[in-house]
Design a binder for this molecule. Structure first.
Ligand SMILES: [Fe+2]
Length: 331
């Protein structure tokens, strides 16, 4: 039975193919949420086990107990997800405006609420719906995070790390928003553009079969060339649009460039790479390496930050690495 931990089930595979989906635990403290069976993962047990049936709703006390034991997420069957998602979206506007819920937790709730819609839009032949959706979600993210002085670690601790494409895109967008703020980049409108660019950055992966993105074995040369083409494909998908700026398109096109010129698609060096793409490269890699991937376990935060530092000046802009790693280490 495939579970969310199954490498074959990760990547851009459609939600409907999953057996279980992880949901941030803060979602379950909300009123008016559909009652569905809830599962919990325990150390040493591969599959989630039933924690509460739909007939016995979870309480705030249960949630506190689970948090105290280190649980960040509960699991629901993918067949129940649509029902949960519908009830969540019905009250999403009120939830996002509810200042009694911490901004990072509202972000995690938004991530959950947006997952199904993003997944559907991402796999459509035309990108229009995904771009429109990205604009709406970017507005919600910037509204939530701007001016909150959130420490990135707070966001990291509540979001999902299971590396579906949409999970990754929303994580990267949240991190990029905080990072732009830390770097003192621009006004809220500019940061909103960065958030939207981050939500779009991997749109070129729509053209790569999920079986290649999820492949646990080494890629063939042809498969690797296909993956390396995704920044160019994404750029071509979006470049005709009048609602995107050149800088946003460069985030899509240049997010796999490296400061030492060894990146793709062009092999640009440091200042030739747009600063928004340099910023994006750091949070893109950071989220990827701290998430479960088909071919390896997630790094811890500490390991992830050490990796970024090991690549400072070669892959990444050194001043930006310094800024992100010191911010992530704040408690
Ligand atoms: Fe990418």
């Amino acid at each position: 039975m495939a579970t969310i931990q199954d490498p074959k089930a990760l990547g851009t595979a459609n939600l409907a193919q999953q057996e279980y989906l992880s949901i941030p635990i803060s979602v379950f403290q909300l009123d008016h949420l559909a009652h569905v069976d809830l599962y919990c993962k325990f150390e040493g047990i591969a599959s989630p086990v039933l924690y509460r049936s739909a007939a016995i709703p979870i309480t705030l006390r249960d949630i506190e107990e689970l948090r105290d034991k280190g649980h960040r997420a509960l699991y629901v069957l993918s067949s129940d997800y649509a029902q949960l998602d519908r009830s969540l979206n019905e009250s999403l506007h009120d939830i996002l405006a509810d200042s009694s819920i911490a901004p990072a937790e509202r972000f995690a709730i938004l991530q959950t609420a947006a997952a199904m819609e993003m997944d559907l839009a991402f796999h459509m032949i035309k990108c229009d719906r995904y771009v429109t959706l990205s604009q709406r979600i970017a507005d919600q993210i910037t509204h939530l995070l701007d001016g909150e002085n959130l420490i990135p670690q707070q966001l990291f601790s509540v979001v999902r790390h299971d590396y579906y494409t949409y999970t990754h895109m929303i994580n990267v967008a949240g991190f990029a928003t905080l990072f732009a703020d830390l770097l003192g980049i621009g006004d809220p409108q500019t940061r909103d553009q960065i958030t939207k660019g981050a939500l779009l950055h991997d749109i070129g992966k729509r053209f790569i079969p999920a079986k290649i993105l999820c492949k646990a074995e080494a890629l063939t040369e042809d498969e690797w060339q296909l993956i390396k083409a995704h920044p160019q494909r994404g750029y071509e998908d979006l470049c005709h649009r009048s609602d995107l700026t050149t800088e946003q398109l460069l985030m899509v096109y240049s997010h796999h460039e490296r400061c030492d010129g060894e990146g793709y698609p062009v092999g640009l060096v440091r200042e030739e790479i747009h600063p928004w793409a340099r910023l994006l490269a750091i949070v893109d890699v950071f989220d990827a390496i701290t998430s479960a991937r088909p071919y390896r376990k997630p790094m811890t935060v500490s390991q992830g930050l050490s990796y970024l530092e090991s690549q400072s000046g070669s892959h990444f802009d050194p001043e930006m690495v310094q800024c992100w790693t010191s911010a992530m280490r704040q408690n």
